[in-house]
Ligand binder design. Structure first.
Ligand code: SPV
Ligand code: MG
Length: 431
């Protein structure tokens, strides 16, 4: 009997899957690989049920002979272990980023005369409805909130991108690229105080009030499912911070990062060029403890951001604070620097990891941007935030358009650089 292999990464079996299985059955014994949570996450299908439950869903299908674990979205291991005669998939993998998977399967199978089979993808109203429902489930607070902790368990590093609107949220939600035969995408979103303020034409001095910041979160949440890390600035007064935690947690935000500064907050990238006051360890620990006390779930995270390197108070001060903040209950430590060279950040991570192997470390490589994700992983970093690059790329493009239309007194000269309206519209989902 020939072996026919297919891979499932779904929480629900619908007519599309059943159709695929019945097509597969015509070629031989059907073996279904269930993608592990780790691989599924990398592939932008965050599971809403456990791996065991996903295995069981497929075990119940009578036409399936065997259900196996698939640890990677690429088929190398499958082909090595099972040597299927056929790998079958919906023909939606013939183009777009999924094409990589088809190419990978084809090359591997060709080595021993195996074959790829494309079956017409089932585009029915029912399938669309189910896909939409799974997505909407993921956007619900109870699923989204815990997703950051899940990612921290499952990913070597959580790649986080700044968003400040529904549109930037959509971009980060949907963009998947193929890179050296692997698919890649962002894991989480950062609601930056700098970019949220900048989008409103306001300085980054805690001037944009919380109600307005929540409004930005809501705009992003409306159209995305990925977890959100909120830049909570200093957290404000302890008496106010507890309300902020409650609201963020209820909304389904996964984490707030608060920085150990008091008084008029200025953006960290100003460093010592402007007056900035660091909070005392005691007072900041009290803020962390108050926030942790008020939380209602175990999902939400309060991450303490240390400004010692920014304010040139030295490595020892940064490490002392990290230890104190973790002891006060912080669920993570963000260490920031405005040096071009990542050396001091990496040194902090190495030293912190000598005594604390668990507390997640967050970094924001805006200045030390030569550092790679691989390097950060090696030094024990768990979350990397690209905090402002979207805003900084959009503004010059818009500025040039403004200047050119003023210069030419018409819009034709700028048109080649613009996205067609039709493409913008396809970005937006309709219910
Ligand atoms: C932000 O994005 O608002 C941050 C990071 O807080 S930084 O601008 O580098 O201070
Ligand atoms: Mg900020």
């Amino acid at each position: 009997m020939k072996k026919v292999y297919t891979c499932f990464c779904t929480d629900v079996i619908h007519e599309g899957h059943l159709n695929l299985i019945s097509q597969a059955k015509k070629y031989g014994d059907v073996i279904v690989g269930i993608l592990t949570d780790e691989a599924m996450i990398r592939f932008n299908r965050f599971p809403t049920i456990s791996f065991e439950e996903r295995m069981n869903l497929v075990r119940e299908l009578s036409d399936v002979s065997e259900v196996v674990v698939q640890e990677d979205i690429l088929y190398n291991q499958v082909v090595r272990d099972i040597r299927p005669d056929y790998i079958i998939h919906g023909d939606n993998w013939c183009e777009g980023p999924l094409r990589t998977l088809r190419d990978n399967a084809e090359v591997l199978l060709q080595e021993y005369g195996g074959q790829v089979i494309d079956v017409p993808y089932t585009y029915s109203e029912e399938v669309k409805r189910i896909d939409q429902q799974i997505k909407e489930k993921l956007s619900m607070p109870e699923y989204r909130r815990k997703r950051l902790r899940q990612l921290l368990r499952l990913s070597p590093i959580v790649k986080t991108m700044e968003v400040h609107s529904g549109l930037t949220g959509l971009l980060v939600e949907k963009t998947v690229v193929e890179n050296h035969g692997e698919l890649d995408q962002f894991d989480a979103m950062w609601i930056s105080s700098l970019c949220d303020s900048t989008a409103k034409g306001k300085p980054d001095i805690e001037l944009v009030d919380m109600t307005s910041r929540f409004r930005t979160i809501d705009d992003v949440m409306e159209v995305t499912t990925k977890p959100i890390i909120f830049d909570g600035d200093t957290g404000g007064l302890i008496e106010h911070f507890v309300y902020t935690v409650r609201t963020l947690e209820r909304m389904g935000v996964s984490a707030v990062i608060i920085e150990d500064k008091t008084g008029l907050k200025r953006n960290s990238l100003f460093g010592t060029e402007v007056e900035q006051t660091q909070d005392s360890i005691e007072h900041f620990c009290e803020k962390i403890r108050a926030g942790k006390r008020i939380q209602l779930t175990d999902d939400f995270m309060i991450i303490a951001r240390i400004e010692s390197l920014i304010l040139e108070r030295g490595m020892e001060d940064a490490l002392t604070r990290a230890e104190a903040y973790a002891a006060a209950g912080a669920d993570g430590i963000m260490i920031h620097s405005r040096k071009k060279n990542p050396a001091e950040i990496l040194e902090f991570c190495d030293q912190f990891r000598e005594t604390d192997r668990e507390t997640p470390i967050v970094v924001v490589p805006s200045s030390f941007n030569s550092v790679t994700e691989e390097e950060l992983i090696r030094h024990g970093v768990n979350i990397v935030i690209y905090a402002n690059q979207l805003t900084r790329s959009a503004f010059p493009a818009m500025e040039q358009t403004v200047k050119d239309i003023l210069k030419y007194h018409r819009a034709q000269e700028v048109d080649d650089r613009l996205m067609p309206i039709k493409d913008i519209l396809t970005l937006i989902d309709e219910l």
